[in-house]
Design a protein around this ligand. Structure first.
Ligand code: ZN
Length: 173
C-alpha cells in the first residue's frame, strides 16, 4: 500500500480509537491480547470481516499478511499464523498490524487516496505507519500497561523487545 496516502491520524488519535475498540471487546485492562482468537471473534461479530490462512508461497516473499480494504479480508501466511499461535511476538504484531488496517480503513472508514509518488508521505498520513502505530497501541494498551517496564511489556504483552522499547518510549512522550 506504499502508493497510498490516508486521512491524517496522530498517535493520540489512534490511541483513542484503540481505547474504544478495547472497551468494545471488554479488554480495556488486559495486558495480553490473544490476536488469533480475536480473528475468529471479529469474523463472527462483523459481517464484512474475514480472514484466511494462506500457503506461504501465495504472497510475495517480504509480505507476511495483507488486508483487502474493499472486501475486509485479511490473508495471513501459514508460517506467520502458526508462529502467532505459538506466541511469537513478531507474528502477533503482524496480525495486529492487519487488524489495524481493517479497523482504521474498513470499520472506521478513514479514506485512502492514490499518492503522488514524487512527494514523500508524512508518517501520520502513511497507512503503514498508522497500522504499525495501531499494532503497538493495541497489543500494549495504554490504560493497562503504561507503567510497565520494558521487560514486563515483553513478557506480559508477548511482544518483541524492539516493539516493547519503542512503545515504552511512546508512553513517555
Ligand atoms: Zn500494512
Amino acid at each position: 500500500m506504499h502508493s497510498y496516502t490516508a486521512e491524517p491520524l496522530s498517535r493520540f488519535d489512534i490511541r483513542k480509537i484503540v481505547k474504544a475498540f478495547r472497551e468494545l471487546l471488554g479488554v480495556k485492562y488486559e495486558s495480553y491480547i490473544d490476536v488469533v482468537t480475536l480473528l475468529d471473534i471479529l469474523g463472527k461479530k462483523l459481517k464484512n470481516f474475514s480472514y484466511e490462512v494462506v500457503a506461504n508461497n501465495t504472497l510475495p516473499k517480504k509480505v507476511f499478511a495483507t488486508t483487502d480494504v474493499q472486501t475486509g479480508k485479511i490473508k495471513i501466511k501459514e508460517h506467520i499464523f502458526n508462529k502467532a499461535c505459538d506466541g511469537n511476538g513478531f507474528a502477533r504484531y503482524c496480525i495486529a498490524h492487519e487488524i489495524g488496517h481493517y479497523i482504521l480503513l474498513v470499520l472506521c472508514g478513514f479514506g485512502l487516496a492514490k499518492a503522488d509518488n514524487s512527494i514523500k508521505i508524512p508518517k501520520f498520513r502513511d497507512p503503514e505507519w498508522q497500522a504499525e502505530c495501531f499494532a503497538g497501541e493495541f497489543l500494549m494498551g495504554y490504560d493497562a500497561v503504561k507503567n510497565y517496564s520494558v521487560n514486563e511489556l515483553v513478557t506480559k504483552c508477548c511482544v518483541t523487545k524492539k516493539a516493547a522499547i519503542y512503545q515504552y518510549n511512546m508512553f513517555r512522550k
